[in-house]
Design a protein around this ligand. Structure first.
Ligand code: XBP
Ligand code: MG
Length: 251
């Protein structure tokens, strides 16, 4: 029986990457006097590595940009990433980043019937509360019994740690939950913890391999914007609801 929905954030709840995180990284780079610029295509490649600090380090290793002489590279990256988080939170507060179709509708239905809700993400915890408050209101972080985010686990997605952590904290077995994800890294993370996954794709992830997901949809669907089914069972009238999700995990 389905007891909880575990939401990924970036790419799943909102299209945060191209016009949110990427822009915030570039603002932080400029502010730090760096000549780095992550364009849309480069950022798409960098998304293979989850986590902002990990992504910066990967960029340095892979592209060898000019890096100032610093004694402690990890501390320098952490400070740069902290500045990025401040820019990202400001973008959220400006209302730049809406929720994807159907997210608010599904959360409202879950709350009406007392379905348990949690967040399982690699992004920084403040980014999660910032997005929820900017889109669903000041109190909305409290609707989620657990916000499992960022450095709370040692290994970020695609490692299963964040899902193991959430299951343990919630006292649930994997088969009582369903993950909502948008990327191959997210699917691998959930599946390696035995959590079943529904995928909603976006521009950055549409060509990922989602063989391990139960279903792949364009998004969760609204009455005026029904979801397209790319693989697996189709939701009635293109609207993902709890009936549909319960049916998925029974399969
Ligand atoms: C999301 C991420 C995050 C964001 C940046 O992956 O990779 O790192 O891009 O967030 P997923 P931070 O959706 O699979 O959780 O800079 O706060 O790390
Ligand atoms: Mg994601």
């Amino acid at each position: 029986m389905l007891k909880a929905l575990l939401f990924d954030v970036d790419g799943t709840m909102a299209d945060t990457e191209r016009d949110g995180h990427r822009v915030a990284f570039n603002l932080a780079f400029r502010e730090a006097g760096l000549d780095w610029l992550w364009n849309v295509a480069t950022y798409g490649e960098l998304l293979a590595v989850t986590g902002g600090k990990e992504r910066i380090r990967h960029f340095i290793d892979r592209y060898a940009p000019r890096v100032p002489e610093v004694g402690d590279l990890a501390a320098w990256i952490a400070a740069l990433h902290k500045a990025k988080t401040a820019h990202y939170l400001a973008l959220l507060r400006q209302g730049e980043i809406p929720l994807r179709p159907g997210v608010e509708r599904l959360i409202a239905e879950a709350r009406r019937v007392g379905m348990r809700l949690a967040i399982t993400t690699t992004t920084t915890p403040e980014n999660v509360t910032g997005l929820l408050q900017a889109t669903l209101g000041e109190d909305s972080p409290g609707w989620f019994e657990l916000i499992a985010a960022g450095d709370i686990v040692p290994a970020k997605k695609p490692a299963p740690d964040i899902y193991h952590y959430a299951l343990e904290r919630m006292g649930l077995s994997a088969g009582e939950t369903l993950a909502l994800e948008d990327s191959a890294n997210g699917v691998r993370s959930a599946r390696d913890a035995q959590v079943p996954v529904l995928v909603t794709v976006n521009d950055y992830t549409a060509d990922h391999d989602f063989d391990d997901a139960i279903a792949v949809l364009s998004h969760l669907g609204e009455a005026n914007d029904p979801a397209q089914t790319l693989r697996g069972p189709a939701p009635s009238q293109g609207l993902v609801d709890l009936d549909y999700l319960s049916g998925l995990i029974g399969r």
